[in-house]
Design a protein around this ligand. Structure first.
Ligand code: ADP
Ligand code: MG
Length: 636
């Protein structure tokens, strides 16, 4: 049964929101009576995210492809979302264990899937899924689908978002925006119409858990933080049930199971069925005969037993919840709304624990399978109808910056900054007559370049030869609404310009993103100390340089003891700068500033005198910091 498409006929097209999922995808649109998921002619809302390529090289997508996964596993691609924007090394699993062939190909070793001697990119496979979604909506509505909002997990990096965008383009869609799944969920609940609130989106799906903290204030909707575990979800609950089912099965039979993938698959399916049944019933019976492995199962499983088995996994999600709240500088008590997303939030234990942890009932009114697509539809409507009710702001999951002289890193955009965003900072050279500088783009939470992930580098050439410290290089980072990063560098004197759009050749595994964030927290204190000390040492060198120059040029005008005091203070700074005691170095710099006071006064007088005689202040103070940071871009 098809759902009427309401107002679309007036628009001559259907603008959709698409939840492009790991296991299945679905589309929604906004009707006169609100957002609705679009069902196809057979009444199906899902397009399974599965693509099979037949002998002749023609693709089959969705339910039909799913059926072939059993008969033609080598020609059937499932869960392609995991490969979007990634290299083989980033998969975090052995590609030879996948049913289909995955190879490293194309520019920079991105994942390619080989079927029947043909290579496909993950974007191409995803595009086939999107095309099928588009086709079904067009068929049921009789109208073209040209524009769409597509959702991605909050932890997707630039490369993964770009790959998703490309998939949309390949499918013949204009991608209006890439939106984070949790952001879409909050929109589906219409929470953007509230005055002011703090919203937690708790998304427990099949393979992953994601939590996001959003703040709504004065019509502006903003993601404050995100956290999660990419290896925790309903699949783990299924395996917990399988363990229960296998209780009492002896070791040799269990070992035989390991050799029997079909039996393992059957067990997993039975485990999932029992789990789902226990969301509605107190008890369920599982009977199965795994002839090949000599295992016969007939077991009653009750809800309390399931809850005891999955309890620790469910509790683990709250560790991430606290982590996200902490990141947003909030307590559980500050949370006004909790939104549940993902099929696994139907589990009564999950709902109960969420309510206990937050001390309030979560939103469960909207089907947790549909809520993301519905929110994407709301966003698509806002973007096309020009009704800008809320400004959608997402965040960048990891900090971004560049390498600076001495191997430190300067962060231009901090993690969890709302996007789109833009930041710039001035840098300079460290060697005389340097005509080019290398801009090395880094990602992560540590303070030193060696501890960060390299996203790419480029060289700004054509800098006119000048003394070190004089060129002024303005580096700008801009992240657009889709999370694509553009980095540009301009030398302000000559106007020389270079830029790149960062599409990291390798995406990060989700586990790595988590590891990078926690490494930043783990080393926060030591990194902070190291960076502060490094900065103070740079400052010390600058202060000493100016003091020496002042002594040379104007020393004759001050008393002997003042001069001796400055010399001693310089020695004090140099000694302290050789050590690791930040407090001591700080005091030494203060002392030097004090000691140079008399000479500074003399210099001011000099300035006044020479200004009168027609020289500029800049001539006199030549070499003085011209507003740049006393940090230098790394040479290369
Ligand atoms: P994903 O977004 O990761 O593809 P979904 O949000 O679609 O996943 O959730 C799928 C998971 O939800 C599966 O593990 C499925 O077993 C589980 N699930 C679906 N319905 C129920 C239910 N009624 N009770 C418990 N788990 C459920
Ligand atoms: Mg999901």
């Amino acid at each position: 049964m098809a759902i009427e498409l309401g107002t679309v006929s007036e628009r001559k097209e259907v603008v959709v929101g698409i939840d492009l999922g790991t296991t299945h995808s679905l589309a929604a649109h906004v009707r006169w009576d609100g957002p609705r998921v679009i069902r196809d002619r057979q009444g199906r809302k899902w397009v399974p995210s599965v693509v099979a390529i037949d002998e002749g090289g023609s693709p089959v997508v969705g339910q039909d492809a799913q059926a072939r996964a059993l008969t033609n596993p080598r020609g059937t691609v499932t869960s392609v979302k995991r490969f979007m924007g990634k290299g083989i090394e980033d998969l975090g699993e052995d590609p030879s264990r996948l049913p289909y062939r995955v190879v490293s190909g194309g520019e920079a070793g991105l994942v390619r899937i080989e079927i029947g001697g043909q290579l496909y990119t993950p974007q191409e496979i995803s595009a086939l899924v999107l095309k099928e979604v588009k086709r079904r909506v067009e068929q049921v509505s009789g109208l073209p689908v040209r524009r769409a909002v597509i959702t991605v997990p909050a932890y997707f990096d630039d490369a993964q978002r770009q790959a998703t965008r490309d998939a949309g383009r390949l499918a013949g869609l204009e991608v209006l925006r890439i939106v984070n799944e949790p952001t879409a969920a909050a929109l589906a609940y219409g929470l953007h119409r509230k005055q002011k609130s703090v919203i937690v989106v708790y998304d427990l799906g099949g393979g992953t858990f994601d939590v996001s903290v959003l703040r709504l204030s004065e019509g502006v909707f903003k993601v404050l933080s995100t956290a999660g575990n990419t290896r925790l979800g309903g699949d783990d609950f299924d395996y917990a049930v399988v363990d229960l089912l296998l209780e009492g099965v002896d070791a040799p039979r269990r070992a035989a199971l390991g050799e029997d993938p079909l039996a393992l698959h059957a067990l997993k399916v039975a485990g999932e069925r029992a789990k789902i049944a226990l969301s509605a019933e107190e008890s369920t019976r599982v009977q199965m005969d795994l002839a090949g492995s000599g295992i016969a199962i007939d077991r009653e499983v009750d809800r309390a037993t399931l809850e005891a088995a999955i309890g620790p996994l469910v509790e683990d999600t709250f560790r991430h919840v606290r982590f996200a709240l902490n990141d947003a500088d909030l307590d559980v008590g500050d949370v006004d709304e909790v939104v549940l997303v993902g099929g696994s939030t139907r589990i009564p234990l999950v709902r109960r624990r969420v309510e206990e942890v937050f001390g309030k009932k979560p939103h469960v009114e909207i089907d947790p399978d549909e809520v993301v697509a519905l929110g994407a539809a709301v966003q698509a409507e806002q973007l096309t109808a020009g009704r800008q009710e809320a400004l959608l702001l997402d965040v960048t999951p990891l900090s971004l910056g560049i390498e600076t002289y001495g191997g430190g890193a300067s962060k231009l955009i901090h993690r969890n900054t709302s996007i789109p965003c833009r930041a710039s900072e001035g840098f300079t050279t460290s060697v005389d007559h340097q005509t080019s500088v290398e801009v090395h783009i880094l990602q992560g939470e540590r303070e030193m370049a060696r501890d960060l992930r390299s996203l790419g580098r480029f060289r700004l050439r054509g800098i006119p030869p000048m003394s070190a410290g004089l060129p002024r290089v303005l580096v700008e980072f801009a992240i657009d609404a889709n999370g694509i990063l553009k980095v540009s560098a301009r030398e302000m004197v000559s106007g020389a310009l270079a830029s790149i759009e960062v599409r990291p050749s390798y995406g990060l595994t989700d586990t790595e993103v988590e590891a990078m964030i926690s490494a930043g927290m783990e080393h926060a204190q030591e990194d902070f100390e190291a960076h502060m000390l490094a900065d103070l040492k740079v400052e010390a060198a600058t202060v000493v340089r100016y003091a020496r120059k002042a002594l040379r040029d104007h020393g004759a005008r001050v008393a002997d003891e003042a001069r001796a005091g400055i010399e001693a203070a310089i020695a004090g700074v140099e000694e302290a700068a050789a050590g690791e005691d930040r407090g001591r170095l700080h005091d030494a710099i203060d002392a030097l500033n004090q000691a140079t006071h008399p000479i500074a006064e003399e210099m001011m007088n000099e300035v006044l005198r020479v200004t009168v005689t027609g020289r500029t202040v800049d001539d006199v103070l030549e070499g003085k910091d011209s507003g740049m940071k006393a940090r230098d871009v790394t040479l290369g």
